[in-house]
Design a protein around this ligand. Structure first.
Ligand code: AMP
Ligand code: MG
Length: 491
C-alpha cells in the first residue's frame, strides 16, 4: 500500500496508518511554528538507518521540519489520544505536547513513528503550554541513546532543535523540540482509552491495528487477542528484567508510559542508580516510592493486569472464560521475569549453567553490596576484571566468603575462566549515564552552549561493552554529597 511519498533526496517516506483508526483515537493538528529553530544535535547513524539524508536534515528546510515549522511531503500531523493510571489513578490524557508527523518507512521496510516532542499545544494539553525545555530534551536524547547502546529496547532520539523562544517554568528556559523515533506510540493507556471512551468495535480496531503493526511476523494462533496479551507480557518481562540488570529506574511507570511494542518510553524522571539500594527513588513526586527500583517488576505486573482488563471483551464471549484466560496469561509474567533476571545475572557473574542455589547466591551478593553501599555498576566491573579497590565492600569478610563461593561456582562449570571473563565483559557495561555526568553535560550545554561535553559522553556511551581506555573516566563516582539526586516529570 503506497501513500504519498517524500522527495527522494531528503529520504522522507511517510505513511499515516494510525490516522485510519476511528477518529476518537487522535486529533489532526495545525502546526505551531516556532520563531528561530536551530539544530543542536542530530543522530547521524539513526538518520541513516531511517533512510534520511543527513545533509538535507541539516539544511534550513530539514531543520524547519524538525521544529514543526514545515511538514515533509506525506505527513499528516496528529496528536494521539490515550488514558492511563498515573500513580494508580485513572486519567484521560493524550499527546499534550507532541505531534506525530507520520510513520517513516525505512529502507529495511520497517515502520517507525516520527514524533516531535515539545511541538506546541494540542487538544490534549489541558492548561499546559505544549512546550519542552532544552535540558530535559537533551537528557532524553542522552539516556535513550545510552539505553539503546546497552541493548535495551527503547524509543530513539533523532534530533534536538532549540526554538528561539523562552518557556516559563520556575525560571525562563530555552524551548526545544526532540524528534522521537518509536516502533509505535501504542500504550497500555491507548487500550484503556478505547475501553473507557469507545465501543467494543473501536477496541477491536485498535487491537487489530496493533497486531498488524507489531505482531504480524509472529505465529498468532487461534485467539489473536490472547496472543496480543501474552506477547506484550513477554516483551515487558524481558524489558523490565533488563532495566533491573543495569540499575535503570524509570521513575514514572504509569500505564500511559508502558508501550505495547516493549520499548522503554518517557524519559522524564528516570535515572541510573549509582549506590546499590533496592529502595532507590529519584523522582521528586514519587514520595511513597511506588516506582522505586525494587518495585518495578511488580508495577509492570500491575500495569499488565490493567492491559488484560481492557482486552476482556475480545478475549472470549463468555466473561468468566475471558477472565480465566487473562489471569493465566498474567501469571506468566513473574515466571518470565524471574527467568530473564536470573539468566541475565548469571551472565553478569560469568555463569553458563544453572544450579538451584543460584538465586540465593546472587541475593547474598546484592545483600552485601547494599550493606556496604557499593556502587552497582562498578561492583560488577571489578568482578569482571578481578580488580578490587579498597572499598568497604571488598574489604569485608562477607565479600571474601562470597568471592570464594563464586570461584567455586565458576570452577564447577565446564567453561574456562577466560570464557567467563568474555561473557562478563559482554554483560557488564563499562559505563552507564551516571547522573553527575549527565548533569555536567547538560550544564555545559545550557549555560555555555558548549555541546562538546555531551558529544564526548555520547561517544563513550555508544559502545558500553567496549571497555576501552577512553571510557575509564566515566566510571568515576560522584563526589559524596548529602543531597540525594532528584529528577522531574514533564519539564
Ligand atoms: P508524562 O508525565 O510525561 O508522561 O506526561 C503526562 C501527560 O502530560 C501527557 O499527556 C503529556 O502529553 C502531558 N504534558 C506534559 N508536559 C506537558 C506540557 N508542557 N504541555 C502540555 N502537556 C504536557
Ligand atoms: Mg508520558
Amino acid at each position: 500500500m503506497t501513500e504519498l511519498k517524500g522527495k527522494a533526496e531528503s529520504g522522507w517516506r511517510l505513511e499515516n496508518s494510525y490516522a485510519r483508526l476511528p477518529e476518537l483515537f487522535f486529533s489532526s493538528l495545525d502546526l505551531s511554528p516556532v520563531r528561530r529553530p536551530e539544530l543542536i544535535i542530530l543522530n547521524h547513524s539513526l538518520a541513516e538507518s531511517l533512510g534520511l539524508n543527513v545533509h538535507d536534515l541539516q539544511s534550513k528546510k530539514g531543520v524547519a521540519i524538525l521544529a514543526g515549522n514545515q511538514i515533509p511531503d506525506g505527513s499528516l500531523p496528529i496528536a494521539q489520544a490515550y488514558a492511563g493510571h498515573q500513580f494508580g489513578y485513572f486519567t484521560v490524557l493524550g499527546d499534550g505536547r507532541a505531534m506525530l508527523i507520520g510513520e517513516q518507512i525505512t529502507p529495511e521496510g520497517e515502520r517507525v513513528d516520527i514524533q516531535l516532542k515539545g511541538s506546541g499545544r494540542t487538544p490534549y494539553s489541558r492548561h499546559a503550554d505544549g512546550r519542552a525545555a532544552l535540558g530535559p530534551m537533551l537528557r532524553e536524547y542522552i539516556i535513550s541513546e545510552a539505553m539503546h547502546a546497552l541493548g535495551i529496547a527503547t524509543t530513539r532520539s533523532l534530533a534536538v532543535v532549540t526554538t528561539g523562544e523562552l518557556i516559563v517554568r520556575e525560571t525562563e528556559l530555552p524551548g526545544a523540540i526532540l524528534t522521537r523515533v518509536a516502533g509505535s506510540h501504542l500504550r497500555v493507556g491507548t487500550f484503556q482509552y478505547a475501553t473507557n471512551l469507545g465501543t467494543v468495535e473501536d477496541l477491536r480496531a485498535l487491537a487489530d491495528y496493533t497486531l498488524q503493526r507489531h505482531f504480524s511476523d509472529n505465529n498468532i494462533g487461534e485467539n489473536p487477542y490472547l496472543f496480543l496479551l501474552e506477547e506484550t507480557i513477554r516483551r515487558q518481562a524481558d524489558l523490565i528484567a533488563k532495566w533491573q540488570l543495569v540499575g535503570f529506574i524509570h521513575g514514572v511507570m504509569n500505564t500511559d508510559n508502558m508501550t505495547i511494542s516493549g520499548e522503554t518510553i518517557d524519559y522524564g524522571p528516570c535515572a541510573f542508580m549509582d549506590t546499590y539500594d533496592p529502595k532507590t527513588v529519584f523522582s521528586s513526586i514519587d514520595v511513597y516510592g511506588r516506582y522505586a527500583y525494587n518495585n518495578q517488576p511488580y508495577i509492570g505486573l500491575w500495569n499488565l493486569a490493567r492491559f488484560a482488563e481492557t482486552l476482556l471483551p475480545l478475549l472470549h464471549d463468555d466473561k468468566e472464560q475471558a477472565i480465566k484466560l487473562s489471569q493465566d496469561a498474567i501469571k506468566e509474567f513473574i515466571k518470565l521475569y524471574n527467568h530473564n533476571w536470573l539468566s541475565g545475572m548469571r551472565a553478569k557473574l560469568g555463569i553458563f549453567d544453572e544450579e538451584p542455589e543460584d538465586r540465593a547466591f546472587m541475593e547474598e551478593l546484592l545483600g552485601i553490596m547494599h550493606k556496604y553501599s557499593a556502587d552497582y555498576t562498578n561492583t560488577f566491573l571489578a568482578l569482571t576484571f578481578d580488580e578490587f579497590e579498597d572499598t568497604a565492600l571488598f574489604e569485608s569478610v562477607e565479600f571474601s566468603g562470597w568471592y570464594d563461593s563464586w570461584q567455586n561456582r565458576l570452577g564447577r562449570q565446564e567453561e574456562s575462566k577466560d570464557l567467563s571473563h568474555e561473557l562478563m565483559k559482554d554483560s557488564n557495561p563499562a559505563l552507564i549515564p551516571r547522573n553527575h555526568r549527565v548533569e555536567a553535560a547538560l550544564e555545559a550545554a545550557e549555560e555555555q552552549e558548549d555541546y562538546s561535553v555531551m558529544e564526548r559522553f555520547l561517544d563513550a556511551l555508544s559502545n558500553p561493552y567496549a571497555h576501552s581506555p577512553e571510557q575509564a573516566e566515566y566510571s568515576e563516582l560522584p563526589e559524596p554529597t548529602s543531597r540525594p539526586y532528584r529528577t522531574f516529570c514533564g519539564t
